[in-house]
Design a protein around this ligand. Sequence first.
Ligand code: C2E
Ligand code: MG
Ligand code: MG
Length: 606
Amino acid sequence: MNGPLEGPGKDSGDTIGTQPQTITESNHKRWRRRVANGHSEQSDFRAAFNAAQLAMAIVDRDGRVLTANRALAAMLGAEPRRLVARPIAELAGLSLEGRVRSAYREALQGRTDRMSCTRRLKHADGHTLWAEVTVTPTARGGEALLSIADISERRDLQERLRHLQMHDPVTRLPNRTLFFERLATALADSATGRTGLCYIDLDGFKAINDTLGHRVGDTLLDAVAQRLTQCAQDAGSEECGGHLVARLGGDEFALLVESSTGTEQLTGLAQSVLAALQRPFDLAGQRLAVSASIGVVERETEGTSPTELMQAADTTLYWAKADGKARWTLFDPERNAHRMTRQALSSTLRRAVERGEFVLEYQPIVGFSDDMPRGVEALVRWRHPRFGMLSPDRFIGLAEENGAIVPLGRWVLAESCRQARRWMQERSGPPLYVSVNVAVRQVWDSDLVQDVADILQETGLPSGLLQLELTESAVMGSAGRPLQALQALSEMGVRIAIDDFGTGYSNLAYLSRLPVRALKLDGTFVRGFRTARHQNPADETIVTALVQLAHKLGLTVTAECVEGPAQAERLRRIGCDTGQGWHYAKPMEADRIADLLSTSGRAQSA
Ligand code: C2E
Ligand code: MG
Ligand code: MG
């Protein structure tokens, strides 16, 4: 059976061309024969072909028009008969290259079922339109049906939508999505060499937004966007073309230098952004001043992923904020490594407690009157499998942040009490007390009173041999739970000491109303009179007054960081009760404390 569009009807001569020179003789004859043999069924199809809205043509295996309908003629702005025998691709100004061109050829030759592509077409009057061109071989072979759909409106709409999706409505700048697309492209293109970005965050924008309203906030963002755009244009005009300015959300902007010449280019740009934002903004009768913090990152594109670069930028911006805002900061690998270690430590703290990676050292607390040890302070260390022995400064803060201080603190307490009890049993003479540091979070987030009671019970250590060290900030203004805990512990017979005394703003009179029994004078005081020559009389006066007042209020005083004999002598004269520091001993393992005690025990009994 014949296909529906295989031949023109008798009465539809307007689509049949006159004898063309370019068409081959045999082809044309065949065509005429089919026209002569046409049935009425064919003429129906013929009429439908002509009346169809869709632009269509029957083409030969070389893509030359055998017949074209009115819609196609209208689309191209030509007389239908003038289209005949000419290559359709040429008529429509279609540029078909590479793979599309060979797919087109294959379809014309009947070697594939169908091909389609989207192309721009030229109308005779010069305007262009977006078209979807489809080629389907007919059943007979040697001919193909070519249809062209005008998709200009759809394309426009798509483009408008894409623009909307890729831009921020407030500032009309490229948004996060477009920024990431461009960043990914820049990093994927190894020819780019180096890429950099300034990650900008306004300082105090939230306050402006909250006090003056979102309308003013938006206007300010728009004005900032304009200044940033100007900076980017001024900086990028010479060799590298404009830099991309994007709004990443809220009051965050980014300036992307797709192919950078080095860090200086980026820091220079950051500097110019700071300068541009320094001029006040006159908006709706208000004069507003803003500043910005900028994280600057510049990298070789090879081996850098967009996520990595953004993380680095984010960290660097955070540094700029932390360092005091209104500045740019350049990414620093060393500072970053430190941050990474912090993260690694923080996330493994809890498991480390379970695995028993912590150890305690003990530092003697010595009586000034006789140089005899009265007690020891337990100081925790982390024997880290990868980083070696870590001091508490590296992890106590992290443990307080993430709550791991609760199980860690419980372990320290239990281990110290166990050890103190062992010394008590092994040694004759007056027993040593053990002084354990307690973080404020242990008082809030765990039942410290119950824990202490249980541990004393389990280890058999008399409560009078346990001292707990809390910082001023932990006990100052304490009410409710912490105060009740302190009272309960004190009633149990446990001594409460204030650690690092003098670094906060404690009121001594207030402290004396709390169940506190001892003060540990911070090392900074003691440092003031390290040597006889370099003494600070003011420090001495203050310490003397403090010690006298503390004694009047019934508190004992321990001096921390006693590093030399001169300090020890003067602290003794001032009336300090006990001292702790390198002058006597550095923190050491439990066994070495035992040795030390046996010698001092002998000294005592001698
Ligand atoms: P801290 O409680 O003030 O402990 C005294 C610190 O001073 C110790 O540092 C000790 O080694 C050091 N030190 C002792 N004598 C001298 C000296 O003569 N000169 C100088 N310059 N320093 C001296 P360390 O062991 O590094 O502990 C640091 C801090 O970590 C402690 O300060 C304490 O606040 C905290 N910490 C230690 N262990 C624990 C614990 O088990 N729990 C809690 N929450 N904090 C702890
Ligand atoms: Mg302490
Ligand atoms: Mg201290």
